[in-house]
Design a protein around this ligand. Structure first.
Ligand SMILES: [Zn+2]
Length: 263
């Protein structure tokens, strides 16, 4: 169910900088921007709704679950994902490859989740500047997979729909997600799990730990934090994980206010 502007501003009222983020999105996207509330559901989400062929912008949506957690925080988080689109940050379009297996769900999920995690690294500081608590930046999964179990599942390639040759990218992605989320939330449990995943990688995939060190350096270099270098940087990260490059589109606003999606 859509929320009115007044309702959104009421939810965000203790956080003027969050209201400013909302106002920026209204200015940029106009009618092509909706905030919806869901009464039930586990997680707030955002949508860049485009038609892929031909590429046409339809709308952007922030969808917030109102009966769980810190509502201003989860709404602000979703708005910040959308704001990256308004700032010209390229958005994931497709996977640039000739390998039909890459369209398999599990591999697609890595691309989508990876771009989410990269987004988080770009806008964490702006989230904190609103005064919202770091611990509410995102919701950790209530039940973390046991790292030892995850290691053995990935080694055996027992994950449904995941071809064996993608076990390594999947494993590196799991490390990346856990390590960066631990850093974003200052969560020691995640960082401890990341250490155990790193130990598992050294036994199995990456004896010198060089690949995981390259992942950490990639975040420190930070080339993904600028729209101009985002594509090159993202594809570099995919390469470290052992995945083919992706293609991206970006959004532009014409003088008349029309939003265009451009490859
Ligand atoms: Zn997010």
């Amino acid at each position: 169910m859509p929320l009115t502007s007044d309702q959104v501003r009421e939810i965000l009222s203790p956080h003027p900088l969050a209201i400013a983020i909302y106002n920026n999105l209204v200015d940029f996207f106009g009618n092509g921007f909706l905030v919806e509330k869901q009464v039930t559901g586990s997680q707030s989400t955002f949508v860049f709704d485009i038609d892929p062929y031909p590429l046409v912008f339809k709308k952007v949506v922030a969808c917030v679950v109102v009966d769980a957690g810190n509502v201003p925080a989860s709404l602000t988080h979703e708005l910040l994902h959308l704001k990256l689109g308004s700032l010209g940050f390229p958005r994931l379009y497709g996977i640039n490859n000739v390998d039909p297996i890459l369209s398999a769900g599990q591999v697609q999920v890595i691309y989508t989740q990876l771009s989410n995690v990269v987004d988080h690294d770009i806008f964490l500081d702006e989230f904190l500047a609103t005064g919202l608590p770091r611990g509410d930046f995102l919701r950790r999964m209530s039940k973390r997979e046991n790292p030892e179990e995850l290691i053995s599942v990935l080694k055996d390639s027992r994950i449904k729909g995941l071809p064996k040759k993608y076990a390594r990218p999947r494993y590196y992605f799991e490390y990346l997600k856990t390590w960066i989320t631990g850093n974003h939330l200052h969560n020691l449990e995640d960082l401890e799990i990341a250490n155990r995943l790193e130990a598992g990688a050294r036994e199995w995939l990456d004896p010198m730990g060089t690949d995981l060190e390259r992942i950490r350096q990639w975040f420190q270099i930070g080339a993904h934090r600028s729209p101009e270098t985002y594509v090159e940087s993202s594809n570099h990260l995919l390469g470290i994980l052992g995945l083919p490059p992706a293609t991206f589109y970006h959004l532009e606003r014409s003088i008349s206010g029309q939003i265009m999606a451009v490859l």
